[in-house]
Design a protein around this ligand. Structure first.
Ligand code: C5P
Length: 406
């Protein structure tokens, strides 16, 4: 998977920089084309001569070469690469990346990078555990970077703990898996509904639910990372998208979500209906703010919203796949299976509110995937990102299996 891949390898001033030579060699052995960018501190730990001998290319460190004035373009490197890997990444570099402090060639290259970026932190255990480092790593994740978590073990300081750079062979495997996954859903179009809907009562009030959109956004990222073109139709949420292959369409009401879903589904290979659509909307929208009625009871008349899943289930062509979600509080399995049948879905993802850590708002979920034949696959409690990977794995297995027979 690494054959022919162009990789910018960023090296910073950590003792683990000595492992960068092995990393470099391992990448080249797999057929990758490696360009090293090293920070001034990195050069104190490993010489550019070693690295340029391994890569057969001059190592880039400064913005220009002093003796002949050659300019090194961080912008060109950003466009050239298929991936950037910063290994080892020190606390200082991570902090600069998090805050855009572009005072060396490596950081300017990072800021210009169009390709996915992988960061393998390496530092002493206390530096790693410091809230500042952890906060910066969270910031990097929120920008869409991939953090290759540090391993635990013996550190150069003679202490033992978390902070060691992950082993070069493992880093290479992570990159290989990433590039392999990128192909899985290539040329597939996937529509995803996410978040809650707002059903307006009057200009200042609405009916809604606690859906955060986290599961739907994690699914959108997971599909895009596997090469799919994603249309994400989202109700009002605080989430952000990172991947360029995701087209986000913001809607407010179930009616708007329904319209957009119907617009995009005919062209899609897969629909994933993750949104917590309000079942009912106010029958009448009050053009001006509803007034309190002096202690009188107020009755709201509600009418049903369109069922997006059921509508797409009716439109579904044999080659299209449809995945729904069921958030149940009782009789979970039977209710979910009934929904799958009624809405003509291929799978339904069940999460029970009885399970701690599952459902709305949180960062974790615990799911069961049920197929149209009633087969069930139970998963353990995981982050919503990992849950998204599991769901997308099931979908891509089916798509790729079918492709084999096509
Ligand atoms: O609300 P219910 O439990 O029936 O939701 C099951 C599935 O149907 C979910 O995937 C949800 O996104 C979808 N749904 C929908 N439109 C609705 C209600 C639910 O797409 N109006």
């Amino acid at each position: 998977m690494l054959n022919g891949k162009k990789i910018v390898l960023g090296i910073t001033g950590s003792i683990a920089a000595y492992k960068a030579a092995y990393l470099c060699r391992a990448l080249i052995k797999k057929g990758a084309d490696v360009q090293v960018v090293i920070t001034p501190a990195g050069k104190e730990f490993i010489t550019p001569v070693t690295l340029s001998a391994l890569t057969h290319k001059p190592v880039v460190s400064e913005f220009f070469t002093a003796n002949d004035g050659t300019w090194h373009s961080h912008v060109d490197l950003g466009l050239w690469a298929d991936a950037m890997l910063i290994a080892p990444a020190t606390a200082a570099t991570i902090g600069k990346m998090a805050h855009g402090i572009a005072d060396n060639m490596l950081i300017t290259t990072y800021l210009s990078m169009k390709a996915p970026v992988f960061v393998a932190p390496a530092m002493d255990l206390d530096m790693y555990a410091h809230p500042s480092t952890q906060h910066n790593l969270e910031l990097l994740k929120s920008y869409g970077n991939h953090i290759i978590e540090s391993a635990s073990g013996f550190l150069a300081s003679q202490l033992e703990g978390k902070g060691r750079m992950e082993e070069p062979d493992t880093i290479v495997e992570i990159l290989e898996r990433f590039f392999a996954a990128q192909q899985q859903l290539a040329k597939k179009k996937i529509i995803i509904t996410a978040g809650p809907t707002y059903e307006k009562l009057d200009p200042v009030r609405y009916i809604s639910n606690y859906s955060s959109g986290k599961m739907g956004f994690a699914l959108a990222e997971a599909c895009a990372e596997r090469g799919a073109e994603v249309i994400l139709i989202s109700g009002p949420v605080q989430q952000k998208i990172h991947h360029p292959n995701i087209q986000r369409i913001d809607v407010e009401s179930a009616d708007e979500m329904y319209r957009e879903a119907l617009r995009f589904f005919p062209e899609a290979n897969v629909g994933i209906l993750c949104a917590a659509v309000a079942d009912y909307k106010p029958e009448h929208y009050a053009g001006s703010k509803l007034k309190r009625q002096n202690g009188e009871k107020m009755n709201l008349s509600l009418v049903p919203n369109p069922d997006i899943a059921a509508a797409l289930g009716k439109l579904k062509k044999p080659e299209q796949l449809l995945v729904g979600f069921a958030l149940e509080t009782d009789n979970e399995f039977v209710n979910a299976q009934e929904k799958l049948k009624k809405k003509n879905l291929d799978w339904i993802v069940l999460n029970s509110l009885k399970d701690e850590g599952a459902g709305f708002q949180g960062d974790t979920n615990k799911i069961t995937i049920i197929d149209a034949n009633g087969n069930r696959k139970d998963f353990s409690l995981k982050s919503k990102k990992a849950v998204a990977e599991d769901i997308v794995e099931v979908i891509s297995e089916k798509l790729n299996g079918e492709n084999d027979h096509a």
